[in-house]
Design a protein around this ligand. Structure first.
Ligand code: HEM
Length: 103
């Protein structure tokens, strides 16, 4: 288990924040102002060709089989993404605070 307790699923879920915003001025997705699971759909659809801008860390999620399985699951199930993102993001905000997550 990594030092801060994040697992592979957490990594894939947190990367979904790249549904929003841009990298080097180019939006990651078609709807960069709305939080959805479109990041995973774009990632699967685009793979190598990158109309939407994807970082090396985004594309790498497809070359790791365990990560790719989560990418596919989140592309098909937005509620699962929202649930796992909320959990991982909350824990991420607690890193370094000394606070523990309530059960
Ligand atoms: C694998 C780890 C990550 C890497 C290497 C990474 C890297 C980057 C880079 C290079 C950009 C573009 C910056 C620019 O061109 O101005 C970006 C944008 C962004 N990242 Fe990440 N990121 C990572 C994880 C995350 C996480 C965990 C979150 C939040 C939970 C996040 C949220 C965002 C958002 C919202 C933007 C858009 C910012 C904007 O439009 O101004 N990223 N990220």
């Amino acid at each position: 288990m990594p030092r801060w307790g994040f697992n592979t699923k957490d990594l894939v879920a947190l990367s979904g924040a790249h549904t929003l915003g841009k990298a080097e001025g180019v939006p990651f997705t078609d709807n960069p102002f709305t939080f959805t699971n479109s990041y995973y759909k774009v990632l699967m659809k685009r793979r190598d060709e990158a109309k939407q801008h994807m970082l090396a860390t985004d594309r790498a999620l497809l070359s790791c089989p365990e990560c790719a399985a989560h990418v596919e699951a989140y592309a098909m199930d937005q509620e699962a993404f929202f649930r796992d993102f909320a959990s991982a993001y909350r824990r991420m905000t607690l890193v370094g605070t000394g606070l523990k997550e309530k059960p």
